[in-house]
Write a protein that binds this ligand. Structure first.
Ligand code: SF4
Length: 261
């Protein structure tokens, strides 16, 4: 009698791959609905009007500033763009300045040669395909050279008031460190955060999380004794259970903040 063949591990793998392709991966936030509500309520008391820290004067300069900010601090970008935007605040003026001209302003920013090329290319595309206006949809924004999903989300939120979560290094760290919306990639974290953040806080959540990550829950060493959600936090890295007093912070001074890490 023929020996029955063992089940092919390939077919088992294929089956499970198909199954996982069908089912979106489940994730668990470590927080209940009521706790999530309380976390964002406290952020809203602490910073009622949070702002992004990249200086810009219109949607176009915001796109440029965000594109320049990859692997650079907001303060470093602001230093360079303050002078640049005085001479070039439209795609036409940027194009007239030329790649070499832009380079003169942004050479203190990392990867400045590539970034200057992208600024020229995106200015040209805006003129040729979008009537010199910054488009409002993610799909259109992501067609612009040097603009990825994160940049598109920042622009949609800051320039057009569309609630999105742009997952930068701070938000990615917080989502995972706090077990708030764990994920292996920025896209995964974005999807998970959109599910856990209460709808009525979504518009400002992006800034609250960035500012909390930049100034309190810092990368190398979180400052838990200064943290207003220390009692609720479920991070294995936290060093204190007592929340800092909940009080409104003085208005943000845009442009002077350096990433303190
Ligand atoms: S308690 Fe510590 S680890 Fe938790 S959010 Fe606050 S600063 Fe971050």
């Amino acid at each position: 009698m023929a020996t029955p063949k063992p089940k092919s591990s390939t077919s088992t793998l294929q089956k499970s791959n198909h199954a996982s392709a069908r089912k979106p991966k489940r994730f668990r936030s470590a927080y209940s609905k009521a706790e999530l509500e309380e976390i964002f309520r406290r952020f809203s008391v602490q910073r009622p009007e949070p702002k992004g820290e990249l200086e810009h004067v219109n949607p176009f300069t915001l796109v440029v500033a965000v594109a320049l900010s990859a692997q650079a601090t907001d303060a470093g970008v602001n230093k360079a763009t303050r002078a640049l935007f005085k001479v070039a605040d439209t795609p036409e003026k940027m194009l007239a300045l030329g790649e070499e001209g832009i380079t003169q302003y942004i050479r203190t920013i990392g990867l400045y040669r590539n970034k200057a090329k992208n600024v020229i290319a995106l200015s040209r595309m805006l003129i040729d395909e979008f009537g010199s206006e910054v488009p409002k949809t993610r799909e259109e924004l992501m067609r612009l050279p040097g603009v990825g999903r994160k940049t598109a989300n920042v622009v949609m939120s800051m320039a057009f008031g569309i609630p999105t979560i742009a997952v930068d290094t701070h938000i990615f760290r917080l989502a995972n460190r706090l077990l708030l919306a764990p994920g292996k990639t920025p896209d995964e974290v974005e999807q998970h955060l959109l599910k856990v953040i209460p709808d009525h806080y979504l518009f400002r959540a992006h800034h609250w999380l960035i500012l909390h990550g930049r100034y309190t829950c810092k990368a190398r060493k979180p400052e838990c004794e200064r943290c207003i959600i220390a009692d609720l936090c479920r991070s294995p890295e936290k060093t204190c259970d007592v929340p800092a007093p909940l009080a409104e912070l003085p208005p943000q001074v845009i442009g002077v903040a350096e990433a303190v890490e």
